[in-house]
Design a protein around this ligand. Structure first.
Ligand code: ATP
Length: 200
């Protein structure tokens, strides 16, 4: 199975890129969605979170109280590590389950933390959606209706752009219009289809 790991910083265009490839029939596994699935009521990871952090992180309807949990782990690195030790293996298993269920010629694994986490090990190749920081800043601020300072803080916490570029196998520059993004993806799509044939 050929798995293309698609990543990029906040607002780089990961969704725009994966939506386009999905429209060509390529299955998309979204790591953020997998992270939500594993903490749904009834999931073992949610029970483990309740055991470690107490009933205060569970809402009356049985769902995870994300805000309460975020407040706990924000200020406490041990708590954060404990949370990751519970969720990361479960997220990995959910991603693998979804990748195995895919029947398209190749599969996209979309994750903002592909390179920062062990998720990149599930990918045969890394495709980076790259944008200059000024574009990233203005697109994200206008999409989310937030201040540029807030976006800057998130960008500062992410892996530096240059490091991502070094680690990528393929890079799409998304600094122009959507037609330009699509044109670059068309070429990569053809390459990936050929690779998938020999990949088996
Ligand atoms: P996040 O990491 O925050 O989930 P993302 O990497 O998925 O973001 P998108 O949501 O795809 O990024 O793109 C960010 C914003 O920029 C969106 O509003 C999107 O419509 C817009 N955008 C993406 N690519 C282009 C482009 N080539 N031209 C114009 N607007 C674009």
């Amino acid at each position: 199975m050929l798995v293309i790991g698609l990543t990029g910083g906040i607002g780089s265009g990961k969704t725009a890129a994966s939506d386009y490839l999905a429209s060509k029939g390529i299955s998309v596994v979204d790591a953020d969605l997998a992270a939500r699935v594993v903490v749904e009521p009834g999931q073992p990871a949610l029970a483990a979170i309740r055991q470690r952090f107490g009933d205060g992180v569970i809402q009356a309807d049985g769902a995870l109280d994300r805000r309460a949990l975020r407040e706990i782990v924000f200020a406490d690195s041990t708590a954060r590590k404990d949370l990751e030790a519970i969720t990361h293996p479960a997220i990995g298993e959910e991603i693998v389950r979804q990748l195995r269920a895919s029947t398209s010629p190749y599969t996209l694994l979309v994750s903002p933390l592909l390179l920062e986490s062990s998720q990149h090990k599930l990918a045969s190749r890394i495709l980076l959606i790259d944008v200059p920081e000024a574009v990233q800043l203005s697109r994200t601020a206008s999409r989310d209706k937030v201040a540029e300072a807030q976006v800057k803080a998130i960008m500062a916490a992410q892996m530096p752009r240059e490091e991502k570029r070094r680690r990528a196998d393929d890079i799409v520059m998304n600094d122009a219009d959507l037609a330009s993004l699509h044109q670059q993806l068309d070429a990569l799509h053809e390459t990936y289809l050929k690779m998938a044939e020999s990949h088996g």
